[in-house]
Design a binder for this molecule. Structure first.
Ligand SMILES: Nc1nc(=O)c2c([nH]1)NC[C@@H]1CN(c3ccc(C(=O)N[C@@H](CCC(=O)O)C(=O)O)cc3)C=[N+]21
Length: 314
């Protein structure tokens, strides 16, 4: 039997660390970090996620604020709200839930959140920092994925990792983080030729294609580690109830070393990492931790100079 990686338990551990950081900030006379979540429209799943995020904030002592806007909110009004939040010194993190309604230009909206408060790590400045290994805020789900992998494989040096999915939110940033961890990374997607054979070579598989039960048992090498990022709601024919399905045929993969469940795997880590990112953003804005060592990490850092073939100007 494969070990089941308990995302809820690891998220709880991270929340404890986050809470301790919040307490330390407050004890030093700083205000508690503040997160503002914007939700446009009334998509059911989005409402569930936003409620979870707000509740989790309470647990660790982060102040939270929710702006619920009607589905027909104009892009102009949304941008005006973000502009106001960008200037508000009590707001340290801004998250605008995606997907946004079709009449709104999502890229423009995500670019309008100031990079210092961009706790999703979606702003092009943070994307650029991640891809050059120069700090910045790392997107929540990819950061959670790495923590789950590290809970079973402390050192990824030289390992073969296969990422399935090429989204800006998960696939691409996960690939960058795996490279930073010295893994050999193959990025694939649902149109990749010979995907099963590519996966069979992997020591680590990150499935983030949004395709229910795409990864079959015979795609998985004995002893591999599988991280399942997919969440699809399907109607169970037998019970008539809705259930959540990942991108991996879980039952067929018991010869893996370890595997994340859905639910209870990556999802809870996404939220815990959001809270951690909010504290990181707050510290940055408050000028906490701006000591010599963090300056060292802010300047073109390690991975730029350690001979990974990264040429800074490319
Ligand atoms: N700007 C923005 N940032 C996001 O981080 C963001 C977003 N938009 N839009 C939607 C996706 C999705 N997402 C999840 C968060 C928690 C769970 C989660 O807690 N999942 C539970 C189950 C939840 C359920 O029952 O549906 C679990 O896997 O155990 C899942 C998905 C954050 N997202």
């Amino acid at each position: 039997m494969a070990d089941i990686i308990d995302g809820r338990a690891i998220a709880r551990q991270l929340d404890e660390k986050t809470k301790a950081e919040v307490d330390a900030l407050v004890a030093a006379g700083h205000p508690a970090p503040g997160l503002t979540v914007i939700l446009v429209g009334d998509d059911g799943a989005s409402q569930v996620y936003v409620r979870r995020k707000i509740k989790s904030c309470e647990k660790v002592g982060i102040r939270s604020n929710e702006h619920r806007l009607p589905a027909d909110t104009s892009q102009e009004d949304l941008l005006a709200l973000i502009d106001q939040l960008n200037r508000d010194p009590e707001v340290h993190g801004i998250l605008c839930q995606v997907p946004l309604p079709d009449h709104i230009d999502t890229r423009l909206v995500l670019r309008s959140i100031t990079p210092e408060k961009d706790v999703d790590g979606f702003h092009p400045v943070n994307v650029g920092r991640l891809s050059t290994g120069t700090g910045g805020i790392v997107p929540c789900t990819p950061l959670g994925v790495m923590m789950l992998i590290h809970s079973v494989i402390p050192d990824l040096t030289g390992m073969d990792a296969v990422v399935i999915g090429k989204s800006n939110i998960v696939g691409k940033p996960v690939a960058n983080l795996l490279l930073d961890a010295e893994a050999t990374v193959t990025v694939t997607h649902i149109y990749t030729h010979g995907l099963p054979a590519i996966c069979r070579k992997a020591d680590v598989i990150v499935a983030a294609a949004g395709a229910p039960e795409l990864v079959k048992g015979d795609w998985v090498k004995e002893g591999a580690v599988i991280i399942d990022v997919g969440i699809t709601r399907i109607m169970d024919e037998e019970t008539g109830k809705e259930r959540l399905v990942g991108d991996v045929a879980f039952d067929e993969c018991q010869h893996a070393k370890a595997i994340t469940p859905v639910p209870g795997g990556v999802g809870p880590m996404t939220i815990a990492c959001l809270l951690a990112n909010t504290v990181q953003a707050a510290k940055g804005l408050m000028g906490v931790n701006k000591d010599v060592s963090s300056d060292y990490h802010d300047v073109p850092s390690r991975s730029m100079f350690t001979g990974n073939g990264n040429i800074p100007n490319e």
